[in-house]
Design a protein around this ligand. Structure first.
Ligand code: IDP
Ligand code: MG
Length: 140
């Protein structure tokens, strides 16, 4: 399996509850490495652009409002099969359906305030990593 990079975001519900360390411990324990990281307060335009793929979904406006409601931590995770592994560690979008031990099962407040974002394919990972980071900011 190839070493991959994927984009992870610790969402405003996670920063508000001071959970960034507990969540990142899960990634590190599973063998993913944090090779870039920054704390940001996204503007409406930035959050809207990042989630543009969901523009037509009924939850888009609320999602943008939520993602701009407080600081986030954007980070790049690196490791074997990192895209799928990150999704596995995160758990299902709706915490009610998330497997035991996953981040969303343990920490998410709701289907919207679900603590973490993770890229869903290698192709989207490359686009999403480039949205937040330049090459010089990623140190493997
Ligand atoms: P994912 O984050 O598991 O990839 P997506 O379907 O890509 O899930 O949705 C992006 C984000 O939009 C979710 O993480 C969540 O914050 C929010 N979201 C998804 N579905 C709903 C919904 O039905 N109601 C409210 N918010 C939603
Ligand atoms: Mg998604």
């Amino acid at each position: 399996m190839a070493v991959e990079r994927t984009l992870s975001i610790l969402k405003p519900d996670a920063t508000r509850r001071n959970l960034t360390g507990k969540i990142n411990a899960k990634f590190e324990e599973a063998g993913l490495r944090i090779v870039a990281q920054k704390r940001l307060h996204l503007s409406e335009a930035q959050a809207g652009a990042f989630y543009a793929v969901h523009k037509e979904r009924p939850f888009y406006k609320d999602l943008v409002a939520f993602m701009t409601s407080g600081p986030v931590v954007a980070q790049v995770l690196e490791g074997e099969n990192a895209v799928a592994k990150n999704r596995e560690i995160m758990g299902a979008t709706n915490p009610a359906n998330a497997a035991p031990g996953t981040i969303r099962k343990e920490f998410a407040e709701s289907i919207e305030a679900n603590s973490v974002h993770g890229s869903d394919s290698a192709e989207n990972a490359a686009t999403e990593v480039a949205f937040f980071f330049s090459g010089i900011e990623i140190v493997g």
